[in-house]
Design a protein around this ligand. Structure first.
Ligand SMILES: Cc1cc2nc3c(=O)[nH]c(=O)nc-3n(C[C@H](O)[C@H](O)[C@H](O)COP(=O)(O)OP(=O)(O)OC[C@H]3O[C@@H](n4cnc5c(N)ncnc54)[C@H](O)[C@@H]3O)c2cc1C
Length: 504
């Protein structure tokens, strides 16, 4: 019997995860990807330097909940395939670096996490006798932490109506704490914790859910084979079920007739199908690949109003990759902590972003994160060499990008002297225009439709569309989770919806 076909537009995490699910139900599944690499915003490429091979991650670096979400796809279909992750070890944990202090180990298990909390509490009770002002006093941290772990589902739903910053402001007036937790929120969702002039900040309820989910298990890790290891895992599974992936293949149009999908157009050729799932973005699919005239006006209006995450708006994410001639850094991940503002008055993140990122002005200092992929998977760099990545923020457009790169390398050198003397190569990938060209989205945003007030849970765009046979997958339509996790879980949701519509 001839298999029914399904085309997936785009090989991001969402598209690839869904391809496995559809193939498992007997669909002749084809993924079409316009780029020469699979994975969209979660990919890696080969870099040959002096005849030696490095595998460099392009955008993603950290996977807060490790393989959990990715392998749910295989579990659902009882498949033996598995995406394998490196997990942080107690002997060599991620660290926080602060000036003038010994590095702080980040707990790698819940037991260690609770022990560290106890130590913090004991240290705090001893410090109350000290005369020195404590910048964290009156911070209400214990209440904030206990609320994050204990607020009811009902309360979290209510908190989806306010921003994370508004929630924090109700618990503390310590600006440093509001800024730090706001940065954690931006790290997870790439959406600010606060409203800007033209867009809403992260929903407090959703931010707390994700923080809870992340910290309740503490199983962070990194995919073997680099970021692209995740989609490579899905590709192997897909191919084992006779599915195919075609790279360098851009879908120009999704063809619709009489309210139904009838095919796709690639390079002037038409492929007949009545099932297309797009991973290319909600707006891009509706307004460009199909065309708004095929949709009800109210649907188009709703889609146009959706806001995307940061990366192309008030600041950009700069991902600086270095190949080093020796192993300079020991931990797998480091968070070098520096306040952007060195004045005595602590200014809000909003003010700092407007003052420095929007105006393309170098701040007095800045934090960043540093990942060392080859410490987690040694096969990513030649023996004796190291791969290092700095993740940091800068202006969306700058008159002088190099001054920003030098600024961040300078900060790292305060901990790792002579870092630049060991650099074999540096590649930089920025959100904004370069990312926009890579994904083909309308803008170079980092995550997708933002998890902001008015756009979470049952207010996310749905995987099904008013057109029969046309579905969506990817972070844009994901309901829960952080970045790539949001995309992988979206595949499970889209699959459920497709299953309901079509007897699979
Ligand atoms: C700089 C940066 C850092 C990040 N860091 C992290 C991190 O550390 N951890 C984390 O979990 N998440 C991170 N994210 C977020 C995460 O990468 C994304 O949320 C996720 O990968 C999006 O997946 P997706 O399924 O929505 O598809 P996308 O990644 O958006 O992929 C869509 C694919 O569709 C293809 N496509 C589009 N149009 C067409 C067409 N017409 N024809 C054929 N193909 C088409 C595109 O080329 C692309 O490959 C980061 C993102 C960025 C940009």
């Amino acid at each position: 019997m001839k298999k029914r076909n399904a085309y997936i537009v785009g090989s991001g995490i969402g598209g690839m995860a869904l391809s496995v699910l559809l193939a498992s139900k007997g669909f002749a599944t084809t993924v079409l990807e316009k780029n020469h690499l699979l994975g969209g915003r979660c990919t890696s490429y080969e870099k040959i330097h002096d005849g030696e091979k490095f595998i460099v991650d392009m955008w993603t670096h950290t996977f807060p909940t490790a393989e959990r979400a990715f392998n749910k796809v295989f579990k659902l279909i009882n498949s033996d395939f598995e995406i394998k992750f490196y997990h942080f070890t107690e002997e060599n944990p991620p660290q926080i670096w602060q000036h003038g202090r010994d590095p702080t180990n980040i707990p790698t298990s819940l037991d260690i996490f609770y022990k560290e909390l106890e130590k913090m509490q004991q240290a705090r009770s001893k410090k109350t006798t000290s005369k020195k002002p404590n910048p964290l006093s009156k911070s209400n941290i214990p209440k904030i932490i206990s609320d994050i772990f204990s607020l009811s589902k009902k309360k979290l739903k209510e908190l989806d109506e306010i921003t994370f910053e508004q929630w924090l402001q109700g618990l503390t007036d310590n600006k440093l704490i509001i800024n730090w937790l706001g940065i954690v929120c931006a790290f997870m969702f790439v959406t600010m914790a606060y409203d800007t002039n033209d867009r809403r900040g992260s929903a407090a309820g959703e931010t707390i859910r994700s923080l809870r989910n992340w910290f309740q298990r503490i199983t962070s890790g990194y995919p073997y084979g680099g970021s692209v290891g995740i989609v490579n895992g899905y590709k192997h599974a897909l191919e084992s079920m006779d599915g195919t992936v075609e790279i360098n293949t851009k879908v120009d149009k999704i063809l619709v007739d009489d309210g139904k999908v009838v095919g796709i157009e690639v390079d002037g050729n038409t492929h007949d199908t009545n099932l297309v799932i797009s991973n290319a973005g909600v707006k891009e699919t509706v307004l460009d690949l199909v065309g708004e005239k095929y949709f009800p006006k109210s649907y188009v209006k709703q889609i146009k109003q959706l806001e995307v995450s940061e990366g192309a708006h008030t600041w950009a994410f700069y991902s600086m990759k270095f190949g080093l001639d020796k192993k300079l850094i020991k931990p797998p991940i480091i968070f070098p902590m520096r306040r952007m503002d060195d004045s005595n008055n602590i200014r809000s993140m909003r003010e700092l972003i407007e003052e420095y990122m929007v105006k393309d002005r170098i701040p007095p200092s800045s934090g960043m994160y540093v990942t060392v992929p080859s410490n987690m998977d040694p096969s990513l760099a030649p023996p004796g060499k190291q791969l290092v990545n700095i993740g940091c923020i800068g202006p969306v457009e700058s008159k002088d990008y190099q001054k920003w790169y030098d600024f961040y390398i300078g900060i790292l050198e305060t901990w790792v002297p002579d870092f630049r003397k060991h650099v074999l190569f540096m590649d930089v990938h920025r959100t904004g225009k370069p990312l926009q060209q890579w994904t083909g989205r309308f803008q170079g945003d980092a995550v997708g439709i933002s998890q902001s007030v008015g756009q979470v849970r049952d207010k996310r765009p749905l995987p099904n569309t008013p057109i029969k046979g046309l579905y969506l997958v990817g972070a844009d339509v994901g309901i829960q989770g952080i970045g790539t996790e949001l995309s992988a879980l979206s595949a499970l949701h889209s699959f459920k919806v497709i299953q309901k519509d079509i007897t699979l």
